[in-house]
Design a protein around this ligand. Structure first.
Ligand code: HEC
Ligand code: HEC
Ligand code: HEC
Ligand code: HEC
Length: 336
């Protein structure tokens, strides 16, 4: 045996010992919460350390000062206020300070404004921000079935970033061939849940109202035929939803009868409204902004960045752990 072989054997032996003594092979500490009848496996299993970390990562930003809603209206004080004219000028100014904190803390007011003249609309981000105010109103007024009284502000999605950290673009549809492998059907490009399911469930299921329901309701051949590809898309969307909320499938389904609404939890109904809401936000608010965005902001197929469940939820079942910021920002809870 030469010296190198001996050395390699020695290191390998050390590593084997280290594997048993040092590496953490135990389950992390977990918390179990029963969510359904006993014996139905309806239980939510949370990793306590992850839970604690997400609690800390989802704190609310500070509110700058107490609101004064009296005094002259912004429309009387400023020149070009098209959507916020009904606010008092104090309320208007405070909202400007807060959206700067929420959307462009590093870039400041200049991210949306020509600092020579704040009334001009020549910076595209200002035009987008005005549409974003309307989108926020729409979420808080029209989608209470999903966001309830909690609602959202710019911070729910932006968290201090001009482009929210979790958005999606349309992906190229799978090409007809990849090398000798033939038709790939979008498989094996791994992006969701480390699986080899279809990578892009969003284009069809959150963009263009594709069919999520794939289970047949009877054993005999029926009209309801879903392909394996359709089914894989449903499963990748479900994994996205579970990941976005940081929950197991049993948070919404009784997994012995996934399709059956009677046996599902109330959260499934909230999620169903959420899917509808996401489709509406993408189609009615974000897609129409396409001409406003510079090319660098568009995706590989020329579409705008769109929202999915992670955009707001970011790993928790209620964004920001269910805390509402609307009490401090009544101006964002709906159109005047
Ligand atoms: C994320 C984008 C954004 C940021 C950042 C921002 N603003 Fe604005 N600002 C707007 C929008 C949108 C309007 C127009 C509102 C309307 O049409 O009702 C506006 C309008 C204004 C106006 C009214 C100008 C006029 O005469 O019409 C003032 C004043 C103003 N902002 C001040 C500020 C200040 C000060 C800051 C920094 C602390 C700031 N803004 C940061 C988006 C932004
Ligand atoms: C539901 C999630 C959501 C909410 C709520 C939201 N935004 Fe956005 N915002 C987005 C998405 C998605 C984009 C598109 C990203 C991009 O710029 O390509 C965006 C883009 C923007 C941009 C353009 C940034 C850039 O650099 O191109 C601005 C400015 C902006 N939002 C301001 C706001 C303001 C102000 C509010 C609150 C009144 C708000 N947003 C609320 C999701 C949201
Ligand atoms: C946050 C709630 C939620 C979670 C978590 C969730 N689902 Fe779903 N699931 C739904 C909703 C809502 C629908 C129905 C969508 C519709 O009908 O448009 C659905 C539908 C389905 C369907 C199609 C049922 C049919 O009618 O054909 C399958 C399969 C499914 N889910 C599997 C899963 C799996 C597997 C997981 C875990 C990886 C999971 N779901 C996690 C909410 C959830
Ligand atoms: C615009 C932001 C936003 C988006 C996008 C969003 N949600 Fe929500 N969601 C909320 C808010 C806010 C709440 C908290 C409502 C409350 O306090 O009851 C919530 C609550 C929920 C709940 C109830 C949780 C519970 O414990 O009762 C479920 C389930 C849920 N969302 C699923 C989804 C799914 C699935 C998607 C993607 C299809 C989605 N959400 C997209 C903002 C959003």
């Amino acid at each position: 045996m030469n010296i190198w072989t001996a050395l390699v054997a020695f290191v390998a032996a050390l590593l084997t010992v280290a594997m048993f003594v040092m590496a953490d092979w135990d389950l992390p500490p977990v918390k179990n919460t029963q969510t359904g009848y006993r014996g139905t496996a309806m239980v939510e299993i949370d990793d306590i350390e992850r839970l604690q970390a997400s609690l800390e990562a989802n704190q609310l930003p500070e509110t700058p000062w107490e609101l004064d809603t009296s005094g002259p209206r912004a429309s009387e004080v400023y020149e070009n206020v098209q959507v916020l004219g009904h606010l008092s000028s104090d309320q208007f100014d405070r909202l400007m300070v807060s959206i700067t904190e929420w959307v462009s803390p590093e870039q400041g007011c200049a991210y949306c404004h020509n600092e020579e003249n704040l009334a001009l609309d020549d910076v595209y981000t200002k035009v987008v921000a005005r549409r974003m105010i309307e989108m926020t109103w729409a979420v808080n007024e029209d989608w209470m079935d999903h966001v309830d009284q909690t609602g959202v502000t710019c911070y729910t999605c932006h968290r201090g970033h001009p482009v929210p950290q979790h958005v999606w673009f349309k992906e190229d549809p799978p090409g007809p061939t990849r090398g000798w492998a033939g038709y790939t059907a979008g498989q094996n490009t791994v992006s969701i849940g480390l699986t080899s399911l279809q990578t892009d469930p969003f284009t069809t299921l959150l963009g263009e109202e594709g069919e999520i329901r794939v289970e047949s309701l009877d054993a005999l051949p029926s009209d309801h035929v879903a392909s394996i590809q359709d089914t894989e898309k449903t499963y990748s969307l479900m994994m996205h939803m579970s990941g976005a909320l940081g929950v197991n499938c049993t948070y919404c389904h009784n997994t012995r009868a996934v399709q059956d609404w009677e046996q599902s939890t109330p959260a499934r109904m909230t999620a169903w409204h959420g899917i509808d809401m996401v489709r509406a936000l993408n189609a009615e608010h974000l897609d129409p902004l396409k001409p406003v965005f510079p090319e660098a902001r568009l995706g590989p197929l020329g579409d705008v960045a769109k929202v999915h469940c992670t955009t707001c939820h970011q790993g928790v079942s209620k964004p920001l752990n269910g805390a509402s910021m609307l009490g401090d920002y009544p101006s964002l809870s709906g159109a005047p």
